[in-house]
Design a protein around this ligand. Structure first.
Ligand code: DGT
Ligand code: CA
Ligand code: CA
Ligand code: ZN
Length: 605
C-alpha cells in the first residue's frame, strides 16, 4: 500500500466513525473528501507532508487536514483517529468492516438494539429482532448474514498478503536479537496457503529466555497467550499498512507462535512445523517402514522405548537441514508449497532414485516472470500513466507490458467507451517512442457480461494486441449459468486470457462456482490462458484450480492486475499459488520469451 492509500484509509475511518457517532456532517464530509483527494494524488504526499502551503494548495485539503497529513507522515499515526476509536466499542469497529453495512445502519442498530459486538448482531438476526428495525427487510438482512460469515471474529483466517509481510517483520526483528543464529517462518505461511490460521516462527538461538522475552514485547502484541522458554504464543495486531508494525487499531489480529530450537535440529524442526500435517504423517510412516522414527527433533533409529529419543540423548541420523532429512528418507527435497500429500512424495522418491521418467516438476519462480499482461492506467482506475507503467515494468526486468484498462460496463472503474478505447490505443502506440526496451502492448480488460458476451464489438477487439476477459458483475449466478457464461467467453476467438475466473474475494465474497473441469477443457481447446490474479485478496484461480488446469494441459497467466506501482510486488503471491498448483515455467505465458509470447498472441488475430 502506498503512503497515499494508507492515509486515505485513515481519513475514511475518521469519517466513518464521526458519522457513526452522529457528529457534524461537515466534519464527516471533510474527511471523506480528504480520503478521496489523497488517494487520487499522482504524487506521493509524504514527499510534501512538511510543506503546509503545497498541501493546502491541493483542492480538497484544508489546513486541518494538512496538519493531520504532516502528523501521519512524521509519527505514523493520527491522534484524532486513536481518540475516536476509543469512543466506540471495539466490536462496532469490527461490525463496520462487514461489507454492505454503512455507518448509518451500524449507528442505528447500536442505538436502537444495543448491538455492540458481532455476537449481538448475530443474536438479533437469529431471533428476528433486526426485522423490526427501520430499513431492515428480509433481503438486506440476508445480505448481512452472508457477509458476516466471512468476518466472524476468531474464525477468520488471515490473508497471505497480510500475514507474510508481518511474519517477515518478525523474522527480521528476531535476527537482531542477541544470540540468534537463524529465524524463519514455517507452517501454512511457508507453504503459501491463501489464508493463514496462525503464524509459526522458528528461532535458533543461544539465549532461549531472551528470545521469548523479546518476542512477547514486540510492537503490536495485544495479549500473551502463553510464554515459556521453548514455546510462546501471542495475539498480535496485523497492521493495515503492510510491512509495518501496527500503530493503531486498524487491521485484523492473528496468533503468532514462536518456537525456539537448537541450531543442530533446524532442518527437522522446519520440516515438522512447515507441515502440512498430512505430509508429515506420510513422512513418519515412511520413516517407520525403514526402521526409523521422525520427530521435530530429528530422524532417529527406531526402538521400543516410549521415552522420545531426544530426551534420552540419542543422536539423530539426520536433523541439521531439510535436505539431509529428506535424503535420509531416500527422498529429494520437496518444495514447501507442495507439501500437502497430493502425490509429491512418490515423485520425490522417484527423483531421489534418479528415475528418468519421473521427478518433482521444476516449479515456476518469481524470477521466471518476464511479462505483465494485465495492468490499468489513469485512463480507467489505475494510478500510473502509460509511460509510468511501462517504465515500472521495465525497471522490474520485464520484456513486455500490456495496458488493459476496463471496458465500458465497468463504469465505476472508469471503463472506456469504444471511442475512448480507440484514442487510448493510439496513446499506447505513441508511448512506444517514450519508453524503449520493453514491448508495450495495447489491450483491454473486457467485461464478460452476464450472458457470456463481451463488452466491445469484435471489430474493436481485433484492434487490440491482448484481450483479457473477466467477470466483474453478476457474481452470484448459479453454477450452470456461470459455466456457460465463462465458456462462451473462452470460445470467443479474440480472447487470450480469462481474468480472475471466479471473481471471488477472500474473506469477502465467494464468487462464481463454475464447473472447473468444463472451463479447463474449453480453455485448452481454445488456447486461452487462465489467469492467476496475484492480488492477495483474489488469488483467483486458487491453488487447487491451478493444479486441475495444469493437469488438463491449460496455459496459465500470472498477472498482478496493476493499479498502483506497489501491485507489482504481489507477484510473489501469484507465483506461490502457481507453485501450489504444480505450475512450471513452460505452461506460464508470462515466463515465455518475447517471440514465443508474441506468437501466441498473434495466433488469435
Ligand atoms: P494454519 O495455521 O491453520 O494455517 O495451518 P498450519 O499448517 O500452519 O498448522 P499449525 O499452525 O497448526 O501447525 C504448524 C505445523 O505443525 C503443521 O503444518 C504441521 C505441524 N503439526 C501441527 N500439529 C500436528 C500434528 O498433530 N501432527 C503432525 N504430524 N504435525 C503437526
Ligand atoms: Ca500456522
Ligand atoms: Ca501454529
Ligand atoms: Zn484488472
Amino acid at each position: 500500500m502506498s503512503f497515499n492509500e494508507r492515509l486515505a484509509e485513515r481519513f475514511e475511518r475518521v469519517a466513518k466513525i464521526l458519522e457513526l457517532l452522529g457528529e457534524d456532517k461537515f466534519r464527516v464530509n471533510a474527511h471523506a473528501r480528504a480520503a478521496r483527494t489523497v488517494e487520487a494524488q499522482p504524487i506521493d504526499l509524504s514527499t510534501i507532508a512538511g510543506d503546509r502551503k503545497a498541501l493546502t494548495a491541493i483542492d480538497g485539503i484544508g489546513p486541518k487536514i494538512a496538519d493531520k497529513i504532516a502528523e501521519y507522515a512524521s509519527s505514523g499515526r493520527i491522534a484524532e483517529l486513536a481518540e475516536l476509536e476509543e469512543r466506540v466499542p471495539p466490536g462496532l469497529l469490527r461490525i463496520m468492516e462487514i461489507p454492505g453495512l454503512g455507518p448509518k445502519t451500524v449507528a442505528m442498530i447500536w442505538k436502537q438494539a444495543k448491538v455492540e459486538t458481532l455476537d449481538d448482531l448475530k443474536r438479533i438476526i437469529d431471533d428476528g429482532t433486526i426485522l423490526t428495525l427501520p430499513r431492515m427487510g428480509e433481503k438486506s438482512v440476508e445480505k448481512i448474514r452472508k457477509s458476516m460469515a466471512f468476518v466472524a471474529e476468531g474464525t477468520r483466517r488471515l490473508e497471505l498478503g497480510i500475514a507474510m509481510p508481518l511474519a517477515e517483520l518478525i523474522v527480521a526483528e528476531a535476527l537482531r536479537w542477541p544470540g540468534v543464529e537463524r529465524a524463519a517462518f514455517a507452517g501454512s505461511l511457508r507453504r503459501g496457503k491463501e489464508t493463514i490460521g496462525d503464524i509459526d516462527i522458528l528461532v535458533a538461538t543461544s539465549d532461549m529466555a531472551g528470545a521469548s522475552e523479546r518476542f512477547t514485547k514486540l510492537p503490536g502484541v495485544m495479549q500473551i497467550l502463553s510464554s515459556g522458554e521453548g514455546k510462546s504464543s501471542v495475539r498480535m495486531r496485523a497492521s493495515a499498512d503492510l510491512g509495518r508494525w501496527a500503530a493503531d487499531a486498524a487491521g485484523p489480529t492473528v496468533q503468532v507462535d514462536l518456537r525456539v530450537i537448537p541450531l543442530d535440529r533446524w532442518g527437522a524442526a522446519m520440516m515438522y512445523f512447515t507441515g502440512s500435517k498430512e505430509h508429515n504423517i506420510r513422512l513418519r510412516e515412511r520413516a517407520l517402514k525403514r526402521g526409523m522414527t521422525l520427530t521435530e527433533w530429528g530422524l532417529f533409529p527406531n526402538d521400543d522405548d516410549p521415552t522420545p529419543p531426544h530426551k534420552r540423548g540419542i543422536r539423530p541420523i539426520a536433523s541439521k537441514t531439510e535436505e539431509e532429512v529428506f535424503a535420509a528418507l531416500e527422498l529429494a527435497e520437496v518444495p514447501p508449497e507442495i507439501r500437502e500429500d497430493r502425490g509429491e512424495i512418490a515423485l520425490a522418491e522417484a527423483e531421489f532414485a534418479r528415475d528418468k521418467e519421473r521427478a518433482i516438476p521444476r516449479l515456476i519462480e518469481v524470477g521466471d516472470i518476464k511479462a505483465e499482461l494485465h495492468a490499468h492506467t489513469t485512463a480507467s482506475d489505475g494510478k500510473l500513466s502509460i509511460v509510468q507503467l511501462a517504465g515500472e515494468a521495465k525497471r522490474r526486468g520485464f520484456h513486455t507490458i500490456t495496458v488493459t484498462d476496463h471496458s465500458k460496463s465497468s463504469a465505476v472503474a472508469g471503463g472506456l467507451s469504444p471511442e475512448r478505447l480507440v484514442e487510448h490505443i493510439n496513446a499506447i502506440h505513441s508511448a512506444r517512442k517514450d519508453v524503449k526496451g520493453i514491448a508495450i502492448l495495447a489491450g483491454s480488460e473486457v467485461d464478460i457480461l452476464a450472458d457470456g458476451s463481451l463488452d466491445y464489438e469484435d471489430e474493436l477487439l481485433a484492434k487490440l494486441d491482448v484481450v483479457v476477459a473477466s467477470p466483474h458483475a453478476s457474481l452470484s449466478q448459479d453454477p450452470d449459468t456461470a459455466t456457460r457464461r465463462l465458456v462462451r467467453a473462452i470460445e470467443h476467438p479474440m480472447v487470450h486470457i480469462l481474468g480472475h475466473p471466479t471473481g471471488r474475494l477472500l474473506n469477502r465474497r465467494p464468487g462464481l462456482e463454475p464447473n472447473m473441469q468444463t472451463i479447463f477443457r474449453a480453455a485448452r481447446e481454445h488456447n486461452v490462458a487462465l489467469e492467476i490474479n496475484a492480488h492477495w485478496l483474489r488469488l483467483d484461480l486458487r491453488d487447487i484450480h491451478v493444479r486441475g488446469a495444469v493437469e488438463a494441459g491449460c496455459l496459465i497467466a500470472i498477472d498482478c492486475d496493476v493499479h498502483d506501482p506497489s501491485d507489482f510486488d504481489n507477484l510473489r503471491y501469484g507465483v506461490v499459488t502457481a507453485r501450489r498448483g504444480w505450475a512450471t515455467p513452460e505452461v506460464c505465458v508470462n515466463a515465455w520469451d518475447a517471440p514465443r509470447l508474441q506468437g501466441w498472441l498473434k495466433g488469435k488475430r
